[in-house]
Write a protein that binds this ligand. Structure first.
Ligand SMILES: Nc1ncnc2c1ncn2[C@@H]1O[C@H](COP(=O)(O)OP(=O)(O)OP(=O)(O)O)[C@@H](O)[C@H]1O
Length: 370
């Protein structure tokens, strides 16, 4: 096992600043996921760790070895970084058998045929691909190819494993299976994993910690739970969660009482937020409420708004209700035992006050982190 330390990494391609001021500490033995939309710079970071790209600025440490430093003019090539890599296109050698593909890194290292046979047999058994060893890659399914690529990456037992969207070519069912498998393998091999994906479900289900990127900048690093429950800004709040968080534009009306005027009507902010808004004189606010924290009721309750159910969709056992308060649209997740309420047209809508997210509109930052 080995940790990775990235300090103030910058990388540009012509005019594109692919990665900016990127600083991150990946712990020994951690399954770390870099998550972000297409073009946010995830692969660039991974390729800098791998040594496929050279940083323009900043340092990368793998364990206690400085592998790249633009300032100190240090650059250790990929093959000397002692890491395994698995990419989206598995890049297996088409003319070689599965056995030879997996054995390749050991052959290059000059291991004896006996050692090679032992190791290939061993790793193939772990990954359940012993029966494929004499086949060629073209004769394999996507999932099988993926396992072979993984076996090839793992055969040297590298302390650090880099993966770039390794499951994106698989069908949905296999992807779910492989997620579990990968986590199991990581634990068995006690490797540190840096895993790149744009799929939030993959990130949230696999990562010990997740780093969310947007426009070349690392926005938040935390456990999946923390990212979901305490998003630092509107980008993360909107990017994580399905259906996405409801977000409403509001304007401060009265600092004294913490009352804001939102698209759908007047709303009194929870006290802690009201206090910060007053202290920092925040006028424009974005109020965020996850669909599972929108309460739909037949009866008027304190703080509820009259609304309409436009239509509903089934989401497993639950319902997603598409609602309106005045002209403002929002979604709610309705638990099965309350499905009846969604069959009505006129309802009362309220928000779980303890689960609200309040952001400053201009910077997008959560008021708690202003
Ligand atoms: N070799 C390159 N030459 C020019 N521009 C590049 C190159 N590689 C990446 N870029 C640009 O840098 C930015 C970041 O790209 P990167 O591939 O790191 O993003 P990503 O988050 O991994 O996206 P994806 O999920 O689509 O792979 C993008 O704007 C991309 O177009």
């Amino acid at each position: 096992m080995v940790g990775v330390s990235i300090v103030n990494l910058h990388k540009r391609f012509g005019k594109t600043e692919a990665v900016r001021e990127f600083t991150l500490e990946i712990r020994d033995g951690e399954f770390f996921v870099l998550l972000g939309p297409s073009g946010s710079g995830k692969s660039t970071v991974l390729n800098c760790i791998a040594g496929i790209l050279r940083p323009d600025k900043g340092e990368i440490w793998i364990g206690d070895k400085l592998v790249a430093s633009a300032e100190k003019k240090i650059y250790i090539p990929p093959q000397e970084r002692n890491l395994g890599m698995v990419f989206q296109d598995y890049a297996l050698y088409p003319h070689m058998t599965v056995f030879d593909n997996i054995a390749f890194p050991l052959k290059v290292r000059g291991e004896s045929p006996e050692t090679i046979k032992d190791r290939v047999t061993n790793i193939s058994a772990i990954l359940g691909i012993q029966h494929l060893l004499s086949k060629k890659p073209a004769q394999l399914s996507g999932g099988e190819r993926q396992r072979v690529a993984l076996a090839r990456a793992l055969i040297r037992n590298p302390p650090l494993l880099l993966m770039d969207e390794p499951l994106s070519n698989l069908d949905a069912k296999l992807r779910v299976l492989m997620r579990v498998e990968l986590k199991k393998i990581q634990r068995e091999f006690r490797s540190t994993v840096v895993y790149v994906t744009h799929d939030q479900v993959e990130a949230m289900s696999m990562g010990d910690r997740v780093g969310v990127m947007s426009s070349g900048v690392l926005q938040q690093v935390a456990t999946p739970e923390e990212i979901y429950e305490k998003p630092l800004n509107t980008f993360i709040a909107g990017f994580i969660g399905s259906p996405p968080m409801n977000m409403f534009n509001c304007r401060m009306q009265d600092f004294e009482t913490g009352t804001v005027l939102c698209e759908f009507g007047e709303y009194k902010l929870p006290e802690a937020y009201g206090r910060i808004a007053a202290e920092k004189k925040v006028l424009e606010i974005v109020l965020g409420v996850r669909p599972e924290h929108v309460k739909v009721s037949v009866f008027k309750e304190e703080g509820s708004f009259p609304g309409k159910v436009m239509y509903t969709e089934k989401l497993g056992r639950e319902l997603v209700a598409h609602l309106k308060i005045a002209d403002t649209r929002l979604t709610a997740i309705i638990p099965p035992e309350q499905a009846e309420v969604a069959s009505r047209e006129e309802v009362w809508i309220s928000f779980r006050v303890d689960k609200l997210h309040v952001f400053e509109k201009q910077s997008g930052k959560n008021l708690l982190n202003l």
